[in-house]
Ligand binder design. Structure first.
Ligand code: 4HQ
Length: 228
Protein backbone atom coordinates (compact mmCIF):
# COMPACT_ATOMS: atom_id res chain seq x y z
CA UNK A 1 0.00 0.00 0.00
CA UNK A 2 1.32 3.45 -0.93
CA UNK A 3 1.96 5.55 2.12
CA UNK A 4 1.82 9.34 1.91
CA UNK A 5 3.09 11.56 4.73
CA UNK A 6 2.26 15.24 4.54
CA UNK A 7 4.24 17.69 6.67
CA UNK A 8 2.40 20.97 7.20
CA UNK A 9 1.81 23.84 9.62
CA UNK A 10 -1.92 23.69 8.73
CA UNK A 11 -2.95 20.07 9.39
CA UNK A 12 -6.65 21.01 9.60
CA UNK A 13 -6.75 22.00 5.94
CA UNK A 14 -6.63 18.37 4.76
CA UNK A 15 -9.65 16.67 6.34
CA UNK A 16 -12.33 18.15 4.10
CA UNK A 17 -10.49 17.03 0.94
CA UNK A 18 -9.04 13.67 2.00
CA UNK A 19 -12.10 12.43 3.89
CA UNK A 20 -14.62 12.67 1.05
CA UNK A 21 -15.41 10.84 -2.16
CA UNK A 22 -12.81 8.72 -3.94
CA UNK A 23 -9.89 9.65 -1.67
CA UNK A 24 -11.91 8.61 1.39
CA UNK A 25 -12.89 5.30 -0.24
CA UNK A 26 -9.30 4.63 -1.35
CA UNK A 27 -8.16 4.92 2.27
CA UNK A 28 -11.00 2.72 3.53
CA UNK A 29 -10.12 0.11 0.89
CA UNK A 30 -6.48 0.22 2.14
CA UNK A 31 -5.19 1.32 -1.26
CA UNK A 32 -3.40 4.31 0.27
CA UNK A 33 -2.38 5.33 3.78
CA UNK A 34 -2.35 9.13 4.06
CA UNK A 35 -1.03 10.72 7.26
CA UNK A 36 -0.91 14.37 8.17
CA UNK A 37 1.87 15.64 10.45
CA UNK A 38 2.07 19.00 12.19
CA UNK A 39 5.56 20.41 11.53
CA UNK A 40 5.44 22.25 14.87
CA UNK A 41 5.45 18.88 16.68
CA UNK A 42 9.04 18.43 15.44
CA UNK A 43 10.62 21.75 16.37
CA UNK A 44 13.27 21.85 19.11
CA UNK A 45 11.74 25.15 20.23
CA UNK A 46 9.51 23.71 22.92
CA UNK A 47 8.35 27.14 24.03
CA UNK A 48 7.19 28.94 20.88
CA UNK A 49 7.13 25.96 18.47
CA UNK A 50 8.96 28.12 15.95
CA UNK A 51 9.52 26.71 12.45
CA UNK A 52 10.70 29.85 10.58
CA UNK A 53 13.51 32.37 10.86
CA UNK A 54 14.94 35.46 9.14
CA UNK A 55 17.12 35.07 6.02
CA UNK A 56 20.89 35.58 6.38
CA UNK A 57 21.96 38.64 4.42
CA UNK A 58 18.71 40.43 5.19
CA UNK A 59 15.65 41.01 3.12
CA UNK A 60 11.95 40.73 3.74
CA UNK A 61 10.05 37.66 4.89
CA UNK A 62 10.95 34.49 6.71
CA UNK A 63 12.27 31.07 5.70
CA UNK A 64 11.42 27.61 6.95
CA UNK A 65 14.23 26.49 9.30
CA UNK A 66 16.06 23.25 8.49
CA UNK A 67 15.82 21.58 11.94
CA UNK A 68 12.05 20.91 12.12
CA UNK A 69 11.96 19.71 8.50
CA UNK A 70 14.96 17.34 8.80
CA UNK A 71 13.61 15.87 12.04
CA UNK A 72 10.04 15.57 10.77
CA UNK A 73 11.11 13.73 7.59
CA UNK A 74 13.36 11.40 9.59
CA UNK A 75 10.54 10.63 12.03
CA UNK A 76 7.80 9.94 9.46
CA UNK A 77 9.86 7.95 6.91
CA UNK A 78 8.09 4.59 6.77
CA UNK A 79 9.43 2.59 3.82
CA UNK A 80 12.60 2.00 1.82
CA UNK A 81 11.44 3.35 -1.56
CA UNK A 82 10.75 6.89 -0.35
CA UNK A 83 10.54 10.18 -2.24
CA UNK A 84 10.65 13.48 -0.41
CA UNK A 85 8.72 16.10 -2.36
CA UNK A 86 8.75 19.87 -1.98
CA UNK A 87 6.28 21.95 -3.96
CA UNK A 88 7.26 25.32 -5.39
CA UNK A 89 6.87 27.32 -8.60
CA UNK A 90 10.55 26.50 -9.28
CA UNK A 91 9.83 22.76 -9.41
CA UNK A 92 9.43 20.39 -12.35
CA UNK A 93 5.95 20.79 -13.89
CA UNK A 94 3.42 18.29 -12.53
CA UNK A 95 1.76 16.28 -15.30
CA UNK A 96 -0.18 13.05 -15.74
CA UNK A 97 3.10 11.34 -16.69
CA UNK A 98 4.78 12.66 -13.52
CA UNK A 99 1.84 11.44 -11.41
CA UNK A 100 2.30 7.94 -12.90
CA UNK A 101 5.98 7.85 -11.98
CA UNK A 102 5.12 8.74 -8.37
CA UNK A 103 2.87 5.65 -8.05
CA UNK A 104 6.09 3.56 -8.20
CA UNK A 105 7.23 4.81 -4.77
CA UNK A 106 6.31 3.04 -1.53
CA UNK A 107 6.32 6.24 0.51
CA UNK A 108 5.81 9.84 -0.57
CA UNK A 109 6.68 12.54 1.92
CA UNK A 110 5.35 15.95 0.92
CA UNK A 111 6.68 19.09 2.58
CA UNK A 112 4.17 21.95 2.39
CA UNK A 113 6.12 25.19 2.04
CA UNK A 114 5.28 28.53 3.62
CA UNK A 115 6.73 31.99 4.03
CA UNK A 116 9.40 32.85 1.40
CA UNK A 117 10.37 29.19 1.06
CA UNK A 118 12.93 26.81 2.54
CA UNK A 119 16.55 27.00 3.67
CA UNK A 120 18.65 25.84 0.69
CA UNK A 121 20.13 22.95 2.73
CA UNK A 122 16.67 21.39 2.86
CA UNK A 123 16.49 21.50 -0.94
CA UNK A 124 20.04 20.12 -1.32
CA UNK A 125 20.06 17.37 1.28
CA UNK A 126 16.48 16.42 2.10
CA UNK A 127 14.30 16.94 -0.98
CA UNK A 128 14.31 14.37 -3.82
CA UNK A 129 11.74 16.01 -6.11
CA UNK A 130 10.74 19.66 -6.39
CA UNK A 131 7.36 19.88 -8.10
CA UNK A 132 5.41 22.84 -9.47
CA UNK A 133 1.66 22.51 -9.94
CA UNK A 134 1.48 25.54 -12.24
CA UNK A 135 2.88 28.94 -13.10
CA UNK A 136 1.18 30.98 -10.41
CA UNK A 137 1.92 31.79 -6.78
CA UNK A 138 -0.12 30.20 -4.00
CA UNK A 139 -0.24 31.06 -0.30
CA UNK A 140 1.29 27.72 0.68
CA UNK A 141 2.09 24.16 -0.34
CA UNK A 142 -1.07 22.55 1.08
CA UNK A 143 -3.19 22.81 -2.06
CA UNK A 144 -0.35 21.48 -4.27
CA UNK A 145 0.08 18.56 -1.82
CA UNK A 146 -3.63 17.68 -2.06
CA UNK A 147 -3.52 17.94 -5.80
CA UNK A 148 -0.56 15.56 -6.05
CA UNK A 149 -2.18 13.06 -3.65
CA UNK A 150 -5.41 13.20 -5.64
CA UNK A 151 -3.80 12.65 -9.05
CA UNK A 152 -1.56 9.83 -7.76
CA UNK A 153 -4.20 8.00 -5.67
CA UNK A 154 -6.69 7.64 -8.51
CA UNK A 155 -4.00 5.83 -10.56
CA UNK A 156 -3.59 3.07 -7.95
CA UNK A 157 -5.20 -0.14 -9.25
CA UNK A 158 -8.60 -0.75 -7.61
CA UNK A 159 -9.17 2.86 -6.54
CA UNK A 160 -11.46 3.75 -9.44
CA UNK A 161 -14.50 1.63 -10.21
CA UNK A 162 -15.53 0.64 -13.73
CA UNK A 163 -17.75 3.72 -13.91
CA UNK A 164 -14.85 6.11 -13.39
CA UNK A 165 -12.55 3.95 -15.46
CA UNK A 166 -9.28 5.31 -16.71
CA UNK A 167 -9.47 4.22 -20.31
CA UNK A 168 -11.53 6.86 -22.10
CA UNK A 169 -10.54 10.04 -20.42
CA UNK A 170 -8.47 13.12 -20.89
CA UNK A 171 -4.72 12.46 -21.20
CA UNK A 172 -4.86 8.69 -21.12
CA UNK A 173 -4.64 8.65 -24.90
CA UNK A 174 -2.59 11.84 -24.89
CA UNK A 175 -5.71 13.72 -26.02
CA UNK A 176 -8.32 15.85 -24.34
CA UNK A 177 -11.84 14.51 -24.24
CA UNK A 178 -14.20 15.64 -26.98
CA UNK A 179 -17.82 16.70 -26.45
CA UNK A 180 -20.13 14.41 -24.44
CA UNK A 181 -23.90 14.35 -24.07
CA UNK A 182 -26.50 12.86 -21.77
CA UNK A 183 -30.30 12.81 -21.97
CA UNK A 184 -32.44 14.35 -23.33
CA UNK A 185 -31.52 13.84 -27.01
CA UNK A 186 -33.28 17.14 -27.73
CA UNK A 187 -32.82 19.81 -25.04
CA UNK A 188 -34.97 22.83 -25.90
CA UNK A 189 -34.24 22.39 -29.61
CA UNK A 190 -30.49 21.75 -29.08
CA UNK A 191 -29.85 18.27 -30.46
CA UNK A 192 -27.31 15.56 -29.69
CA UNK A 193 -25.24 14.53 -32.76
CA UNK A 194 -27.02 11.71 -34.63
CA UNK A 195 -24.02 9.37 -34.64
CA UNK A 196 -24.20 9.02 -30.82
CA UNK A 197 -27.80 7.76 -31.10
CA UNK A 198 -27.01 5.42 -34.01
CA UNK A 199 -25.98 2.41 -31.93
CA UNK A 200 -23.07 1.89 -34.35
CA UNK A 201 -20.14 1.50 -31.93
CA UNK A 202 -17.49 1.64 -34.62
CA UNK A 203 -18.69 4.97 -36.01
CA UNK A 204 -19.13 6.31 -32.48
CA UNK A 205 -15.51 5.45 -31.60
CA UNK A 206 -14.29 7.02 -34.84
CA UNK A 207 -16.35 10.17 -34.24
CA UNK A 208 -15.08 10.48 -30.64
CA UNK A 209 -11.46 10.10 -31.70
CA UNK A 210 -11.83 12.73 -34.44
CA UNK A 211 -13.47 15.17 -32.03
CA UNK A 212 -10.83 14.53 -29.36
CA UNK A 213 -8.08 15.20 -31.87
CA UNK A 214 -9.77 18.37 -33.19
CA UNK A 215 -10.40 19.62 -29.63
CA UNK A 216 -6.79 19.02 -28.58
CA UNK A 217 -5.43 20.70 -31.73
CA UNK A 218 -7.64 23.72 -31.08
CA UNK A 219 -7.20 24.32 -27.34
CA UNK A 220 -3.92 22.56 -26.43
CA UNK A 221 -1.78 21.87 -29.51
CA UNK A 222 1.23 21.54 -27.19
CA UNK A 223 -0.21 18.24 -25.89
CA UNK A 224 0.14 16.66 -29.33
CA UNK A 225 3.89 17.31 -29.48
CA UNK A 226 5.07 14.84 -26.82
CA UNK A 227 3.95 12.85 -23.81
CA UNK A 228 2.90 15.60 -21.42
N1 4HQ B 1 3.75 27.76 -3.61
N2 4HQ B 1 3.40 24.89 -7.35
C1 4HQ B 1 5.01 29.34 -2.22
C2 4HQ B 1 3.34 27.62 -4.94
C3 4HQ B 1 3.45 26.35 -5.69
C4 4HQ B 1 3.16 26.17 -7.06
C5 4HQ B 1 4.13 26.66 -2.72
C6 4HQ B 1 3.76 29.07 -3.01
C7 4HQ B 1 5.37 26.98 -1.88
C8 4HQ B 1 6.47 28.58 -0.43
N3 4HQ B 1 3.84 25.17 -5.24
N4 4HQ B 1 5.28 28.29 -1.24
N5 4HQ B 1 2.75 27.07 -7.94
O1 4HQ B 1 2.93 28.59 -5.52
O2 4HQ B 1 3.80 24.28 -6.25
Amino acid sequence: MLRVDIITIFPDMFGPVLNESILKRAQEKKKVDIRIHDLRDYTDDKKHRKVDDRPFGGGPGMLMMPQPLFDAVKAVKARRKVKVIYTSPAGKPFTQFYAKTLTKAQNLIIICGHYEGIDERVREHLVDEEISVGDYVLTGGELPAMLIVDAVTRLIPGVLGKEESLIHESFEGGLLEGPQYTRPADFRGKKVPDVLLSGNHKSIEKWRHEKALAMTKKVRPDLLKKGV
